[in-house]
Ligand binder design. Structure first.
Ligand SMILES: [Zn+2]
Ligand SMILES: [Zn+2]
Length: 85
């Protein structure tokens, strides 16, 4: 019997910028995964850009290759992603 939201806990209430329903997030403020509304829609939390640290709602994954060791993925805001140096 899980509703996905704990009673008594404050709700995240973030709005989905691309939502057609206009419903807010029903999860608690501490949720760390994607937002979810009452009708099951979900959308990504803003993530901090790995370069400038500004939160971005559309992080762009960039694969960073190294001469030795495994490649890894960083998430950049559109600004940083378009002017990589
Ligand atoms: Zn949320
Ligand atoms: Zn950035």
């Amino acid at each position: 019997m899980s509703t996905g939201a704990a009673f008594g806990a404050p709700s995240c209430n973030a709005y989905n910028p691309g939502s057609v329903t206009g419903l807010p997030c029903i999860l608690t403020t501490t949720h760390s995964s994607n937002h979810m509304d009452a009708v099951g829609g979900c959308w990504p939390q803003p993530k901090p850009c790995n370069r400038c640290n500004r939160p971005t709602e559309a992080p762009i994954p960039i694969i960073v290759e190294r001469a030795s060791g495994p490649a890894w993925t960083v998430h950049l805001c559109p600004d940083c992603a378009t002017r990589r140096t």
